[in-house]
Ligand binder design. Structure first.
Ligand code: SF4
Ligand code: SF4
Length: 423
């Protein structure tokens, strides 16, 4: 009689809920779900205990148990783990238990004190969005909420001082900042845009200019100038059905750039399909937009089990989602009135003239964006908790913590805690 080693491969993830478990091979993306019972639950919990480093000992009688045999077969079928006799290997096979701890890293940084710690935190900032101006002669219904869901133009208050913008970006010049997004109002109407682009070019960052299609007609020359300066131009297109004929014709110009279509309904989605075909648009993205359009969201945005499992899940992507928000982490937004946010649905971090380290320490200490993970009560009991995308702005807008068809409870945020995101 000999015992056995039951082990998981180091690229395997094992998720458990109260009633079921999901085994995922992150190399092949194959997965398998099993119902939990008294016998296999104990084995799975032991395997998921970090101190066992993905390998446990099984007695001969455990190995012969049909429930455990079924679990072993499930592992073997997707090459996620196996058993070997301890007569072959006396020593426990080593399999690395997946682990990441960015928060600990951040805590170490904070222990260096606010100024030194804040300087180190700049390393994390990789994308800055700046609303240079807030003027626009249009009246889109989605203007007041669009920018809270996705990167979108907005009317508001103020115009930023270009020297302040340059100082703000220069503070990150030696760090990992990769992307600078300039947007308005009508950013082409901002008088200092060319100066900003020219002065910031030396830092070799990717500069994106976001322009609503409604602004192109009067500013074709300006748009071509920023394009020639080496910027990436992105055209925003919202409220598609309301566009006038002469604006639609501007797609002949817009199709030379990346286009982001904002859609709120099935008919708008069909219209976009038609436009893309008619104008032969190749570089585009379709972004859903929440406008109390529950039916549309349920059909096009809510996730099904198959959607989640067909996404590509790597070891890193899963571990990242356990500790940080994949949409917000490393991002800052400055509005045209000078207010700075890590997420515009959250509290303001400070103002543009303030020392950067103060803004970043505010995000780490009191903010709730960069480290907002899928830890709400609804998702905590779900085997897809760390496979689902991080919490996003659509959930905030829809006042729901899970935009999926998998777990149904009308767990609606109350308006009082909406701004804090439901946890
Ligand atoms: S074009 Fe943009 S800034 Fe102007 S009203 Fe519409 S959404 Fe607002
Ligand atoms: S959103 Fe939450 S409840 Fe829905 S599948 Fe994802 S983790 Fe599960």
């Amino acid at each position: 009689m000999s015992d056995f080693w039951l082990y998981l491969e180091s690229y395997t993830f094992l998720f458990e809920s109260e009633t079921s478990a999901l085994i995922l091979n992150t190399v092949s993306n194959q997965s398998c779900e099993i119902e939990l019972n008294e016998v296999n639950r104990i084995i799975i919990q032991k395997l998921n205990n970090p101190t066992n480093v993905y390998c446990i000992s099984l007695t001969e009688s455990e190995f012969s148990n049909p429930e455990i045999g079924q679990f072993i077969y499930s592992l073997q079928r997707i090459f996620a783990g196996d058993v070997i006799s301890q007569t072959i290997s006396h020593k426990k096979p080593i399999s690395l238990f997946p682990f990441i701890n960015v928060k600990e890293d951040v805590k170490n940084i904070l222990s260096k004190g606010p100024i030194l710690g804040g300087e180190k935190l700049k390393m994390y900032v990789n994308e800055i969005t700046i609303y240079l101006d807030s003027d626009c002669e249009n009246h889109c219904e989605s203007c007041s909420t669009g920018y809270k869901q996705t990167l979108f133009c907005r009317k508001g208050e103020g115009n930023l001082n270009p020297d302040q913008v340059i100082d703000f970006i220069e503070a990150f010049s030696n760090y990992h900042l990769n992307m600078i997004n300039f947007i308005g109002g009508n950013v082409l109407n901002y008088p200092h845009l060319n100066r900003l682009i020219t002065e910031l070019w030396k830092y070799k960052k990717n500069i994106y200019i976001y322009i609503n299609i409604r602004h192109i007609n009067k500013f074709v020359e300006e748009m071509n100038t920023v394009n020639k300066l080496g910027c990436h131009v992105v055209i925003l297109l919202n409220e598609i059905a309301m566009l006038k004929e002469n604006t639609i014709e501007l797609l002949n110009i817009a199709k030379n750039f990346r286009i982001i279509f904002i859609v709120t309904s099935i008919s708008e989605k069909e219209l976009v399909d038609h436009i893309v075909m008619t104008y032969n648009i190749l570089d585009f993205e379709i972004v859903p937009f929440y406008l109390n359009n529950q039916d549309f969201f349920e059909e096009f945005v809510y996730l099904e089990r198959e959607d989640i499992l067909s996404m590509s899940h790597t070891m890193n992507s899963i571990l990242r989602k356990k500790v940080l928000n994949e949409f917000d982490f490393g991002k800052l937004t400055v509005l045209a009135d000078g207010s700075v946010f890590s997420n515009t649905n959250q509290n303001q971090l400070g103002r543009i003239g303030q020392p950067i380290h103060e803004l970043l320490i505010n995000e780490i200490e009191i903010g709730n964006s960069w480290f907002r993970i899928r830890s709400n009560k609804m998702c905590q009991g779900c085997i897809y908790q760390w496979l689902c995308p991080s919490p996003n702005n659509f959930e905030v807008m829809a006042r729901k913590v899970n935009l999926c068809h998998i777990r149904h409870t009308d767990q609606i945020c109350s308006s009082s805690n909406l701004g804090k995101f439901l946890e």
